[in-house]
Design a protein around this ligand. Structure first.
Ligand SMILES: NC(=O)c1ccc[n+]([C@@H]2O[C@H](COP(=O)([O-])OP(=O)(O)OC[C@H]3O[C@@H](n4cnc5c(N)ncnc54)[C@H](O)[C@@H]3O)[C@@H](O)[C@H]2O)c1
Ligand SMILES: O=C(O)[C@H](O)COP(=O)(O)O
Length: 389
């Protein structure tokens, strides 16, 4: 029986993917084969030695110490694009909330609950509305920082609303570029985007290069009166810098998914409780994708959508499967194959891929691998993980 430890609220549609006759899934597994989670932070937690893989049912993996796990042979997965539509739709709400005094005017109407005379109420409604006049999105410019799964959907949506769209993504993948309308204008650098955008929306991961990249310099470059939407991560925006930009009027609104005490107190900040991916559809998509990737890895050794291991998949042959991970240096594969040859073990099929400084191999052999064979492969220099699948 394989076991999966879950954290957070994982949609039942995903949990039901694990076959009941071969998997046990719960929050209490002491020595799980894998972990399935959402935003639970693993940085301060030691994982049991039994863990082979961690699946993040979602996009951001900044809650997982990915680099530490890599050399322990722990494969980390995420679910690219599975919640992109949910975030895109909340960006649409953010654009409108930032433009039309929606929440403020709703609060004004609520404050009229005790005005019982219909004529008096009508007068107050008509007199009050002038405080909440807004502007339209059509014709305005949206700057999209990060044009991956979410950014591309947001950019295309904004075009359909009649907005002009500028994008900035120095690491844009070819696949992501294919998803993007050719009407999205390319900014050569961040400041070129910031200085021309009425609205700026962030869709990049938190990594060393993006931490607090929205700092004093960025707000100095931003267009006077711009509005900033951040449904990506709080750490992308330096808090004192955004508060100062709001105070000076350089920024007219900040709409974000990551509350802090200082932000909550500011009237020009609209905050959600990390709601971007919280739709039935997104939660199910993420849970299903995460579960399927874990099952294929645990049952077959195949790796799809890992953030630290190469993508490697091979159809099963009639034989027995071994997988191993090693430092990406010359000769390791050759040594393992020689070892098999010396033991007169026939290889039926094989695939080997590398990513940065690690490599991963799937080998189908003709005979059942013994504990001694697994031990011998483990002892090969630079091999740090071996599994009979
Ligand atoms: N609020 C939420 O609930 C929620 C939901 C989903 C994702 N997110 C956040 O949004 C982020 C993006 O998600 P995604 O699914 O679009 O991911 P993605 O990997 O598809 O896209 C990220 C894009 O950012 C680009 N990028 C990386 N560094 C950059 C930089 N320095 N400047 C500009 N672009 C850069 C990449 O090239 C990529 O195209 C996630 O990492 C996560 O932190 C939040
Ligand atoms: O990175 C993500 O996918 C989002 O931040 C969603 O996080 P959640 O699954 O905890 O809602």
């Amino acid at each position: 029986m394989k076991t999966i430890r879950t954290y957070n609220n994982i949609a039942a549609k995903g949990l039901n993917k694990f076959p009941q006759d071969s998997y046990r899934v719960s929050a209490d597994e002491a020595e799980p084969d894998a972990v399935l989670l959402r935003s639970h932070k693993l940085h301060t937690e030691a994982l049991p030695k039994s863990v082979l893989a961690v699946a993040r049912a979602g996009a951001g993996v900044n809650n997982i110490p990915v680099t530490d796990y890599t050399h322990q042979g722990i494969v980390v997965f995420n679910t690219p694009g599975a919640n992109a539509n949910a975030v895109k739709e909340l960006v649409l709400a953010s654009l409108l909330l930032g433009s039309r005094g929606v929440t403020q005017s709703m609060n004004y109407v609520k404050s009229l609950a005790d005005v019982n005379d219909p004529h008096e109420l009508h007068k107050k409604v008509e007199a009050g509305k002038k405080q909440y006049g807004g502007c339209e999105l059509e014709g305005k410019t949206l700057g999209v920082v990060g044009l991956g799964a979410i950014g591309a959907k947001v950019a295309n949506l904004a075009l359909s609303l009649g907005m002009k769209v500028i994008g900035y993504d120095p690491k844009l993948s070819v696949e992501a570029a294919w998803r993007l309308s050719s009407n999205v204008k390319k900014a050569d650098n961040l400041n070129a985007l910031l200085s021309r955008s009425d609205y700026v929306t962030l869709h990049v991961p938190v990594v060393e290069a993006t931490k607090e990249f929205m700092n004093d310099d960025a707000f100095a470059a931003i267009k006077q009166g711009a509005k900033l939407i951040n449904l990506a991560r709080g750490e992308l925006v330096e808090e004192n810098a955004v508060l100062a930009a709001l105070e000076s009027g350089k920024l007219s609104a900040y709409i974000a998914d990551f509350p802090s005490q200082n932000l909550i107190k500011n009237d020009n900040v609209i905050l959600f409780p990390h709601l971007g991916a919280s739709t039935v559809e997104a939660e199910e998509n993420c849970a299903v994708m995460g579960a399927e990737q874990l099952i294929d890895f645990l049952d077959n050794g195949n790796i799809t959508n890992s953030v630290n291991f190469p993508a490697v998949s091979m159809e099963r042959t009639s034989g027995y499967r071994i997988t191993f991970a090693n430092d990406n240096v010359p000769k390791v594969l050759g040594v393992v194959l020689n070892l098999l040859a010396d033991l007169n073990i026939n290889v039926l099929d094989m695939v080997n891929k590398s990513r940065d400084d690690i490599a991963y191999t799937i080998l189908d052999i003709e005979q059942r691998p013994t504990a001694d064979l697994i031990q011998k492969i483990s002892s090969v220099e630079h091999v740090f993980h071996v599994r009979s699948v």
